[in-house]
Design a binder for this molecule. Structure first.
Ligand code: MF3
Ligand code: CO
Ligand code: CO
Length: 271
């Protein structure tokens, strides 16, 4: 029932795990083109992790009530909200895909992040959804500082998303992370300002909003025990960073050479 506070040494280890998780996304990025299958993306991710000396946190991952997750990473295409399982269907122009990578270092530290990829020319609506979801993640990140509360993060994301006519998925959330994949706290992507857990230096958690073009309702695809889709089959997007609470603000840990440019309203990746 407690949120771990990371020591200076823990933070150094987390920086490495998170950079490596981000570098897996960099590695696969040039390959994400029309015609590639999500299984090929999975294989590239596995190849990169092997070169790094990391292992996938997702393969074989089995929370209570779930079958073991079969992928080295998650690939969630179009109306898939999250936890999409890599398969042999080629991506085509106009698709949008979230690739979510979590690695474990040799020292046992976890780094978790995801990005959206637009396949060829996408609809204006798809591009807007991805961009607004990215911005909502950063608005959430900008709330992070000692003395702020988790509800401030959720509120910032929800207000922005709903203000742009998008809906926030409620059933999945960000999470503490460190020597475990999912730790306390739960980081909801909706909420009321000034509510929830007080943020303290040394806390590390993910912020990973899932926003839908249509209604917020989701359902399980059913067949595989993992894949989550929008009930109305509308497009869904997600971006994820792992974030440290510093003495004065935040540090985004899942950064690397290939991380996308910051939104114009963000000044720094560490404050
Ligand atoms: N990486 C996801 C997250 O952000 C969790 C994926 S669990 C899996 O928390 F089993 F679906 F891979
Ligand atoms: Co996560
Ligand atoms: Co993730």
């Amino acid at each position: 029932m407690t949120i771990t506070i990371k020591s200076a040494a823990d933070i150094a280890a987390m920086r490495e795990a998170c950079r490596l998780a981000s570098e897996v996304l960099d590695y696969i990025t040039p390959h994400i083109q029309p015609g590639i299958t999500t299984l090929e993306i999975d294989r590239l991710g596995a190849e990169c992790m092997a070169q790094q000396g990391t292992v996938s946190a997702t393969i074989g991952y089995q929370p209570p009530g779930y079958p073991p997750y079969p992928g080295h990473l998650c690939t969630s295409v179009n109306h898939v909200v999250c936890h999409g399982i890599p398969n042999d269907k080629p991506l085509k122009k106009g698709d949008i895909v979230n690739v979510d990578v979590t690695v474990i270092t040799q020292d046992g530290w976890f780094g978790d992040n995801s990005r959206m990829f637009l396949i060829g020319d996408c609809s204006v609506a798809a591009k807007r959804l991805s961009k607004l979801t990215f911005e909502s993640m950063w608005l959430g990140i900008q709330q992070v500082k000692p003395g702020a509360r988790l509800g401030d993060i959720g509120h910032a994301i929800q207000q922005f998303a709903e203000g742009h006519g998008l809906s926030v998925v409620r059933e999945f959330c960000g999470h503490g992370i460190g020597q475990k994949f999912h730790e306390e706290p739960q980081v909801l992507h909706y909420g009321r300002p000034g509510t929830g857990e007080l943020l303290q230096p040394g806390m590390v958690f993910t912020i990973e909003p899932m926003l839908n073009l249509g209604k917020r309702d989701i359902k399980e695809l059913g067949k595989d025990g993992w894949t989550i889709i929008t009930k109305d089959r509308s497009l869904s997007a997600q971006w994820e960073h792992t974030v440290l609470v510093t003495d004065t603000g935040y540090e985004v840990m899942t950064l690397s050479a290939g991380s996308p440019a910051l939104p114009s309203f963000v000044q720094a990746t560490r404050t």
